[in-house]
Design a protein around this ligand. Structure first.
Ligand SMILES: [Fe+2]
Length: 378
């Protein structure tokens, strides 16, 4: 994260902290014990979040990293949720009062008691926020295998192709040790012909140990007969391509490979790693439009264009599924959150990914590895 973005985020969080604090009942705010607990939560939380965004990767001790990640998660997630809930309440109460003023009606005593007292909302919002945080904290660890059956319109000399799609491992702050064993077992269970690593395998919090853990997975899995391929994600550093090559993975950014007799796989580099002009890329790699075309792109975007260009299947990740925090990030700009959708003759599949960025949280989306069984016209 660059310095300006970090400064803006820190400033934003000071404002959010003040906004949430102002909404607590006066009696709570005047209670010394409550103020002390709140102060401690904010200090520990802010220090943990700062660590995650800055010097996290330099911490060599796993236990310290995990504790900081836990503390950061139980600060950032509930605080953000509380701010969001109070914002909704503010908008709702302002709209309600506006309507009352213009209709000449009086606010009911019951509604006034809730709003003036504030205790009801403070207890409700605190419970919801921490409850959702606990839910997401445990939910992210349940990796499941999601399968899709896709019938491609294109004719091929091959009857079928099985793809194992893995994205958004974000090996680092949010990943626990045992995740890698589960990943390995699930990739093996796919019995895929092709392994597609669709970006954000690492992120800014990755340290040498995480790199080793991912490499161990790639070295120990049953090797897919047509190979392992990688396209870059927005959180992958420039070093990741080299690391992938070292692990025996083909870097597909801006390239096309043909697997089997005629199945073409095109890799679109993320905007962070080069131009992602789809038309230009297709005119460079020149796929045969009469043969199957599979496109791997990290962000679920350009789906309509890819369909027009003749892609039969497009796969993405990036969104981490339909997550509460997707509303707050740039993910709303993508074509879809998660699942499979048809774009003309093309099927688009977006995975919610193996983990998530920075914090140990994912809900209501689930963590997944995807198996795609693709069949072709003969
Ligand atoms: Fe991403």
């Amino acid at each position: 994260m660059n310095t300006l973005a970090f400064a803006l985020a820190a400033f934003g969080y000071l404002f959010i902290t003040w906004f949430v604090y102002r909404n607590y009942p006066r009696a709570w705010r005047e209670n010394r014990t409550f103020r002390k607990v709140l102060f401690l939560w904010h200090i520990v939380g802010l220090l943990s979040v700062t660590a995650i965004f800055t010097w996290f990767r330099y911490i060599p001790y796993d236990n310290i990293r995990y504790e900081l990640c836990r503390l950061g998660t139980f600060y950032y997630i509930p605080l953000t949720l509380m701010a969001l809930l109070y914002l909704i309440l503010l908008i709702y109460s302002q709209a309600y009062q506006f309507i009352l003023r213009h209709t000449g009606r009086e606010i009911s005593d019951r509604a006034r008691a809730y709003y003036v007292d504030k205790k009801f909302f403070a207890v409700l919002f605190t419970s919801i926020s921490f409850g959702m945080c606990v839910l997401g904290y445990f939910n992210i660890d349940f990796l499941h295998l999601q399968t899709y059956e896709v019938r491609a319109a294109a004719k091929s000399a091959e009857r079928e192709l099985t793809i194992c799609l893995v994205a958004d491992v974000h090996a680092g702050a949010g990943t626990w040790e045992y995740l890698y064993d589960e990943m390995q077992e699930m990739i093996d269970a796919c019995e895929a012909d092709v392994l597609l690593l669709d970006g954000d395998i690492f992120d800014e919090t990755t340290n040498a140990k995480d790199v080793k853990d991912v490499r161990r997975v790639l070295e120990t899995i049953k090797k897919p007969r047509y190979g392992m391929f990688y396209v870059s994600g927005n959180h992958d550093g420039a070093w990741v391509a080299e690391e992938m090559r070292r692990a025996g993975v083909t870097v597909l950014d801006g390239k096309m490979v043909t697997v089997g007799r005629d199945i073409q796989i095109i890799g679109v580099p993320d905007e962070h790693h080069g131009a992602s002009d789809i038309e230009q890329l297709f005119s460079q790699v020149r796929p045969d439009p009469d043969k199957p075309i599979i496109t791997a792109i990290h962000r679920p975007s350009h789906y309509s264009a890819l369909s027009v260009l003749g892609s039969d299947l497009a796969v993405s990740g990036h969104t981490h599924g339909f997550n509460v925090f997707s509303f707050l990030g740039a993910n709303i700009l993508g074509d879809m959150y998660c699942g499979a959708e048809e774009y003309g003759d093309m099927t688009a599949i977006t995975t919610s990914g193996v983990s998530a960025w920075g914090f140990h949280y994912k809900w209501p989306a689930r963590s997944e590895i995807v198996k795609i069984h693709l069949t072709f016209g003969q």
